[in-house]
Design a protein around this ligand. Sequence first.
Ligand SMILES: Nc1ncnc2c1ncn2[C@@H]1O[C@H](COP(=O)(O)OP(=O)(O)OP(=O)(O)O)[C@@H](O)[C@H]1O
Length: 650
Amino acid sequence: MKRLWPKRRGRPQIPVSETEKTLFGGALRYDKPYVQHELPLLRLSFWAMARELPRMIGLVVRAAWAVDRPALLAVVGAEVGIGLSGAFGLLATNRVLVALFADGPTPDRLRQALPALLAITVVTALSAVLAAVSVAAAARLEPQVEREATARYYRLAARVELSALEDKDFHRKLDAGRFGTDSVRRMIGNSVAVINAMIGLIAAGSVLTLLHPALLPMLALIAAPKGWGAVRTARRRHESIHLWIEHRRAIGVLTHDLTAQHTAAEIRAHGAGRLLNRAYADMSATLEVEQKRLAHAKGGTLLVASGLSGIAALGTYGTLWALLTAGGMPLAVGGTAVIAIRTASADLTSLVLQVNRLYEEALYLHDLDVSCRESAKHAIPAGGLPLPEPTREIRVERLTFTYPGNPAPSLEDVSLTIPAGRVVALVGDNGSGKTTLSKLVTGLLLPTSGQVLWDGVDTREADRDALFDRVAILTQDFPHWAMTARANIYIGRADGVPDAGRLDRAAAESGADEVVAALPHGWDSLVIKGYERGTQVSGGQWQKLANARTRYREAPLVVVDEPTSALDPIAEIAAFQALREMTADGTTVLLITHRLAATATADVIYVLDEGRLIEQGDHAALMRLPGGHYREMYEAQAAQYGIRDPASAA
Ligand SMILES: Nc1ncnc2c1ncn2[C@@H]1O[C@H](COP(=O)(O)OP(=O)(O)OP(=O)(O)O)[C@@H](O)[C@H]1O
């Protein structure tokens, strides 16, 4: 059968159905980091894999040692015990056979065999107890190792600089790490199986060598084809999974859309459901062909492996026969040898399989390691210069910022001042740099050149945690936390003690109180559908909850990016009025909006265009600028309502 994945010649193409071409413009390829593992894994020879074995087991042992030494020692101790019991059991079996095949009356021979039989019973029972100890200790280790690895990964990920997250390469590495957290757990089971098979093999091999030195190479001949078959089948399966993974994903995307809520209307009214169902039938038929191919290939490989193994077994048993008939080996020893050969060949096959799996998991574990190291390298530093209390002004000086990988800067040579206790508005066309500027002001991004100074303290050198503590943000795409309405507000100051009075105030000021009053379980309602106490809230209601969250933070600088985009006209007017009122206690409001009626009352308005600051002043001053961009934008909006601003008449 034609290889789908020719050795060392890159990635072949799988058939692309008409459906995929129509719906996805071709095969749906993952942009995921684990694709990078396909080739190294498949190119690695079995022997290279075996050489890697100690390092891989070392990784797991170190992780386990760090979280639960007693459990690790219990697993290792039990596995060694099981191996030794196996060897002892084989020797005892030999004794039994020697006694049974000896001359003399049967009752005497049985009496002779009795001590060895009792020893076998004890050893078998001990082995069972040790196996239970190993399973229990491994089960205790697995979740701990996984938890520790996962917690470390997410702890580090949550501290990464925002600019690093914008870097595609870093993001890939970070993303790849997620798959490694599962691998650590799975590697414990694999490592235990590898240790178990190795000890069993050494024990059976030693006993065989003791019985007759010619038997050990025979054993290798029996086991080798089975090992080859196992690796070949596993590798072929692995190739297939990676090669077809996007295809399966595409099928998943289709079937998910068929039952999703947000597609339900068009699935029915536009007939999209018929198209998706046809697409499912088409794509799953292609996949079925691959599954059949795999099954045939597996059958063929198993047949060849079993045939070769059978020939080797025939040779081995022939040798045994020759040794027995030539009188070079007693019959009892021959019997023990047969048992030892069967045990050892099962251990060898299992060893090959488990090493194969271990290697695959180790690749993902390596990703986790890289991801954690890179995250630590790009972490927001702890500590730094303290900020004067209270903040009087934030100054932006000759600020330029370029996103990683972007050819041009998103902000260029921008200088402006944000005085405390004022409403400062940022306006400009889409993509002019307003959101980016707000992220630099709040220390979420650091300048490429120039500086942002909080009362003279550069955000690069400031204690960033202290800086974040003074900021509340409401982004355009604010998070819809899948929690209760109450938790959606409390998370606004997640490290503080929940304060019910503050929550009530924030809710009243933002209109969230009315939203919550209408929810079936009030503040305890889950604002996600599909769960008990769950309910769906509208876009505008979400925005009120998010507004409340920002207010609950009670931070001296509030940055709001299109805070009213989903609100009805009355709620919008109230929201802008409430923002204005926030300045009464000295809070600074940095307002980003395209609703220019709202910026008319701002103390200062900065107009950005293609990353540059082009105009500044209050509404009246900007409306007096002939041919000004602000004036042009304002008049365009006002014209929709047939309004003429008195300031522009000047
Ligand atoms: N994460 C990012 N990675 C790369 N480029 C970005 C990123 N975010 C924004 N940009 C680019 O930076 C420029 C400024 O974007 P920004 O979001 O700051 O504009 P904006 O004025 O807030 O736009 P809008 O009014 O549409 O919200 C745009 O050209 C945008 O494509």
